[in-house]
Write a protein that binds this ligand. Sequence first.
Ligand code: 5GP
Ligand code: ZN
Length: 113
Amino acid sequence: MAKQNCIFCQIIAGELKATILWEDDSAIAIRDLYPQAPTHLLIIPKEHYTDITECKDGLLIGNMLKQAASLASQEDLSNGFRLIINTGPQAGQTVAHLHIHLLGGRNMQWPPG
Ligand code: 5GP
Ligand code: ZN
């Protein structure tokens, strides 16, 4: 998807409203608008990458994962949480801008659907 039509780029640019929980120079964390668990956050790089295969910046990905763990502790998810990166149509990716889901606050199934 083109960057111009990307809802996450619009949120990062401040053109679309979102509940922002954290941000630094390279990434942002927001609440998912359609939460699938009591806690459902999205950690999103500020640069537009269509998906994880397009991003070669390991430091950025590492920092986002570390931040996801900090947010989990901030959200009191000491009983567990799940980090998910849907990639491509078969995995159910609906927004073509790389993001990490942080889900927690309920029991989860394995394997995922
Ligand atoms: P994906 O399906 O690509 O892995 O995840 C995209 C996520 O973005 C979904 O969980 C969806 O609920 C969320 N989402 C879609 N539109 C918006 C929006 O406008 N604002 C926010 N905060 N989340 C959104
Ligand atoms: Zn984007």
